[in-house]
Design a protein. Structure first.
Lengths: 252, 252
DNA sequence: GTAATTTTGTGACCGATTGTAACAGCCCGA
DNA sequence: TCGGGCTGTTACAATCGGTCACAAAATTAC
């Protein structure tokens, strides 16, 4: 049984698929033969509790992945972008609902067949593993955000997260597309729409970002944004890693 | 590169190690040859940012795994119990600090050698995968807790979580040992020690739990506790899974 | 193209949780 | 056995974000 996981591509190079038809198999090549399916915005791909029959690769569009707890409280655990995998799981049932935010194109793969392919390929396995691990790291960052960050820090963090997603994961792009609604942002950040709205207004007023239509902003002061997001404590961490005194010794 | 993950045993049967010396290799057998190391309470096993040199198996005791963000804000992402793995990662550096809560006994394994063993064993791989997936599911539950649950729901959820850990994962034991401090609980639940204290007092006053020494409580009304934890919405989820109309069709 | 509906923005007020502080209880060593 | 330090508890005030209400803008429907 697989646990339910959503995996982002992150550091996997997509180019080796486009350029080299018969070199090292990648997770992209695995899906490339499958038909592309289209989901309109607001449509569910699968629901929490459904039998976990397939694994998906996002070709185009953005999805939200969420859980509902009693009486309309919703928690979005992540947004899924092109190149990401969706529904990778060892469990028999999906642990969350996946819904298209924008019109989305997906490729589908039978769960059992997917597992077989992964198990039999020494090249694919580490790729899947790396994605799992990245996903776990992202989940931990999200826990930090939800547990200890202020409303302003959360919104700033969110903007940085999607900025990095858009611009091939490195160096945030100047213009950030925000396809999701304020309610999506709120449910992702553990806030209300009003607070998200107010905080966005505040960030605009302080000149950190500038509105760019309804569903996009321009980042004016990237450094300030990163500072507001609470990412300014890297010195401590490097000191920690360099401090060999505090490191555990290996008696073996 | 591996992401940083902490893995719990959950549904892995430990007995096959004790009873059958030479049958299917398990993650336990992998570590069983390694020397046991002892860490006093409050001692760090490794620090966030340290080179990720080893993977650990907890033999005895409880550990906390946490990240620090600027000026003393700490987030505990998980507690590690006997049978759990610690520090499994594809990254070069640990993503969090691991510290003994109580006096702890660990077995250590070189990261590279661990990866090799996993890669070469078709039996071990799914076990590790299953743990990763369980860990991911737990992380998502934690996100739900931090994003949308009230102080009372969080504390109730916490009590249930550790109750299930203690009693072999099924059916909470009547007496729950709580080896961690209020500060640990607070940093795990995204609250302050005062709120944790007040909420515990409230749960005691309402007769849901009863104090049992300083670091343990007796669960008097398990059903009420589960209710307070916000776990009473399973009907909805089963309805969702049965409703095949809403399920995505497979055009292939 | 206009109306209906949804989404977003903004203000006033409210409430849960936090911060501050004082105190009580426990553990440990002197 | 007696402090000293740490952990935990309780009370009260402060605050951040939530709730409520409504207006404006955007999107969709007709």
């Amino acid at each position: 049984m697989f646990s339910e996981i959503t995996m982002s591509q992150r550091d996997v190079d997509v180019s080796d698929f486009a350029d080299a038809p018969r070199t090292v198999p990648s997770l992209q090549t695995l899906f490339s033969r499958q038909a592309v399916e289209k989901f309109e915005g607001g449509t569910a791909v699968f629901w929490e509790g459904d039998p976990a029959s397939h694994v998906f690769e996002v070709v185009e569009g953005v999805l939200r992945v969420f859980k509902i707890i009693s009486e309309g409280r919703r928690v979005i655990t992540g947004f899924i972008y092109p190149g990401d995998l969706l529904g990778v799981s060892l469990k028999d049932h999906y642990l969350y609902t996946a819904e298209a935010v924008t019109t989305t194109k997906l490729r589908r793969f039978g769960r059992t067949r997917f597992q077989d392919e992964i198990n039999h390929s020494p090249e694919l396995r580490p790729q899947l593993f790396a994605r799992l691990c990245d996903e776990m790291a992202a989940a931990q960052d999200q826990m930090v955000l939800l547990a200890r960050k202020s409303a302003e820090e959360r919104v700033a963090s969110f903007l940085l997260i999607i900025a990095r997603r858009l611009s091939g994961n490195r160096q945030a792009a100047p213009v950030i597309e925000i396809p999701m609604t304020r309610l999506d942002m709120a449910d992702y950040l553990g806030l209300t729409i009003e607070t998200v709205s107010r905080t966005m207004t505040k960030l605009i007023a302080s000149g950190v970002i500038a509105p760019c239509g309804r569903h996009a902003v321009t980042v004016c002061k990237l450094g300030k944004l990163a500072l507001l997001a609470g990412e300014a404590d890297d010195e401590d961490k490097h000191v920690a890693s360099a401090d060999s005194v505090r490191r555990a010794v290996w008696p073996n």
